[in-house]
Design a protein around this ligand. Structure first.
Ligand SMILES: N[C@@H]1[C@@H](O)[C@H](O)[C@@H](COP(=O)(O)O)O[C@@H]1O
Length: 256
């Protein structure tokens, strides 16, 4: 059972993952974080920056990256992570990896990324957003529940959703390289975030629907340690919302 926290707003939602990351890094200064891009984690990065923690030894592995954008493209996830996470939080650029960034051929990049995560000791805490298609990372519907990092083809829906970051949908790459659902399941703690009404259906399907490759986010139901942070709008379709609120209000002292 995942721990589901329903918060009034995205702004307040950021404090929960920030506190989890702060506790982790205080105990383990060279912790390994799984980093997500997208608008959803922005309040987490802001809340974390506000804590003034030394994150210079933290190692990071991004979830995913587009394939085919020129190096330094402002919408490459490498650029986004540098701008939104590495620089404001004071991470060390050389300690933050993005899939396919090792300068070697794309073929085999997924296996090499898996080896690099393994060599780092595995991901301690993975931040996740969810797409409207139910994807996590760029694992679109149909992704194997056991998949590892590999090259994928984006759905038209995801390309349309992400066209806002480009001049037109034609400029959105067709391919990506993403950690797999199996990769995500290997992280020790998953923190799934979703804010806004546009995420309500995807969140309900992921948390309360059947575990299925058709709903990639549903893979979180197979993980022993998941924290889900949603605002009221994203929680709107959850059948057990009252129970989640009750469980959170009654959490034990040592869980706080
Ligand atoms: N590859 C990313 C995902 O990792 C992200 O979770 C999703 C949601 O984005 P947002 O948080 O902006 O809604 O979009 C992208 O497609």
């Amino acid at each position: 059972m995942a721990e589901v926290v329903i918060v009034p707003s995205a702004a307040e939602g950021g404090s929960i993952p920030a506190a989890a990351i702060a506790a982790l890094v205080t105990a383990k200064p060279d912790a390994v974080l799984g980093l997500a891009t997208g608008s959803t984690p922005l309040t987490t990065w802001q809340a974390l920056a506000g804590r003034g923690l030394d994150l210079s030894r933290v190692r990071g592995f991004a979830l995913d990256e587009y394939v085919g954008l020129p190096a330094g493209h402002p919408e490459s996830y490498r650029s986004v992570i540098t701008r939104e996470v590495v620089e404001p939080l004071g991470l060390t650029p050389a300690l933050v990896r993005v899939p396919g960034d090792d300068g070697l051929p794309l073929e085999g990049a997924g296996d090499r990324y898996e080896s690099d995560i393994h060599a780092a000791g595995g991901i301690d805490l993975q931040i996740l957003g969810i797409g409207r298609t139910g994807h996590i990372g760029f694992n679109e519907p149909g992704s194997s529940l056991a998949s590892l990092t590999r090259v994928k083809t984006l759905t038209e829906q995801t390309r349309i959703d992400n066209a806002r970051f480009f001049d037109s949908v034609d400029d959105v790459p067709v391919h990506c390289i993403t950690q797999g659902l199996g990769t995500i399941l290997r992280a020790r703690h998953l923190v799934l975030l979703a804010f806004g009404a546009g995420k309500a259906a995807a969140i309900a399907a992921a948390l309360e629907g059947p575990v299925s490759a058709s709903t990639p986010g549903s893979v979180v139901q197979l993980h022993p340690r998941v924290t889900v942070v949603v605002d009221e709008d994203a929680a709107a379709d959850l059948a057990h919302a009252d129970y989640y609120r009750y469980a959170w209000a009654n959490r034990l002292d040592w869980e706080r």
